[in-house]
Design a protein around this ligand. Sequence first.
Ligand SMILES: Cc1ncc(C[n+]2csc(CCOP(=O)(O)OP(=O)(O)O)c2C)c(N)n1
Ligand code: SF4
Length: 300
Amino acid sequence: MTELALNLKDGIKTGDKAGAQSDDKFEIRDYLRLDLFPHFLCPGCGHGIALRALLWAVHDLDIEKDQLAVVSGIGCSGRLSAYIDANTFHTTHGRPIAFATGLKLARPDLEVIVITGDGDCLAIGGNHLIHAARRNLNITCVMMNNEVYGMTGGQVSPTTSLDRFTTTTPLGNQEPGFDACALARGAGATFVGREVTLQTTALKNLIQEGISHDGFSFIEVISDCTEIYGRKNELGSSPEMVLSQKRSILPKFDGTAVDKPFRAGNWETGVLSRTERPEYYQAYRDHCHKMLGDRSGTKQ
Ligand SMILES: Cc1ncc(C[n+]2csc(CCOP(=O)(O)OP(=O)(O)O)c2C)c(N)n1
Ligand code: SF4
């Protein structure tokens, strides 16, 4: 895939490092397509804070815009890629990891980041998540978990907490929610972490570590759908919702939560697991060289 083909949106300046424009001080505006503003997020939506943390991490890692590719699915979370001034792909519902996999294999030089939601990533896209984790390709998946299908009006999702009201659970949800981090870790993700939007600096640092990790990184952002989920469950205003995130953090990760139904009120945060094993692109390349030999065709 050519670089030209990657620059789907107008406005990206090749070789432009936004940090250079602002004396290395992070200015979110340097990374946004301001011509698309005003953005569509509801006031107080946690996804906006998550986007800021992600772009701040990109800034601190000195990733040039033309080296960054952000792939997203469909949802309020999925819509975020459109606002990022880099190579962006707004793909189909549940498929951003599949698109990102093809992109990374074709252009391993790019920093490939997936933005997805709990519905996009764990329901329709669940298969892609587990196989990407198994493969250990060097991409970073940032999943924004607001426990609901926000964009389509608030249907139940795989992470909806027990007894919560959604448009499809009018009497309260009775399905135990998913622990996405446990799933990703079990499937083989070599970097797994979770953070709440209230702790934006910690979230930025976590995303930064995930991007720096050589292998499949899965980061769950505890986000808030204030307008639909919050309103329907009488969870209060946006500040009240983010403050309740903080009360839901467990003081220390002891590994036992994996066996319990995952629900609001027992989140382990920070880096939950980090392991080393061969990264897929490099391992596949080395294997091909071994089997097919170098350019002279000699097997090694
Ligand atoms: C194949 C397909 N099925 C269903 C939809 C409708 N749809 C759009 S977004 C969405 C859910 C998004 O929820 P989530 O990923 O949690 O993102 P959020 O909006 O909460 O950020 C659904 C079901 C679709 N666009 N395509
Ligand atoms: S519907 Fe919910 S998730 Fe979507 S922008 Fe509004 S608050 Fe955010």
